[in-house]
Design a protein around this ligand. Sequence first.
Ligand code: SAH
Ligand code: MG
Length: 197
Amino acid sequence: MVEKYSMVKKIREDALNNKVPIIMDDGINFITNYIIKKQVKNILEIGTAVGYSAIMMCLCSPNVKVTTIERDEKRYLEALNNIKKLNLEDRITLIYNDAANVKLEDNYDLIFIDAAKAQNMKFFKMFEKNLNDGGAIITDNLNFHGLVFKDEEDIKNRNVRALVRKIKEYKEFLKKNKNFYTEFYDLGDGISVSIKG
Ligand code: SAH
Ligand code: MG
């Protein structure tokens, strides 16, 4: 176990050095606590990157299984490699595809949306049918490095401004959604937990 965590530490450091946008420490701590408290078993993750969050979610409880989707080939291959190093091949299923093209039949206790930030709502609507009753959809990066709290006219880059607007729309969508109860947490880069039912 000690060796496993030193391997994960290396994966985390390499990711940070290579500017791979992995989840912040407060964010992953929050999620692993949630997994333990709610005895989450099956997880769907949209946005694997190099497998850091999937591995962390697996290591917090022996009952956890993760299915995770990544569209970038280089990252997918690196994730595959990292998962093998930790001997988690039987607990983490990697899908190399754009999540928009993935149709799943299985149901999950937790869906973690952490892919392209403009597509949060699309993925929420696509995969909510795969969520068990009482399950949760957790979304990362709702603060978008604090830009979500800035005046829009102060954001000079047009693409960034459009992305910020999308994230705000998503937050409104969550607040108004009658089928889910959502709480927003100002930790890590901003996290929401939307509970079904
Ligand atoms: N969850 C990871 C970080 C994911 S970063 C962690 O915390 O360790 C976001 C990843 O989502 C990127 O690697 C990006 O390539 C991927 N991504 C973005 N849009 C996607 C899509 N539509 N389908 C699949 N993967 C996507
Ligand atoms: Mg993230």
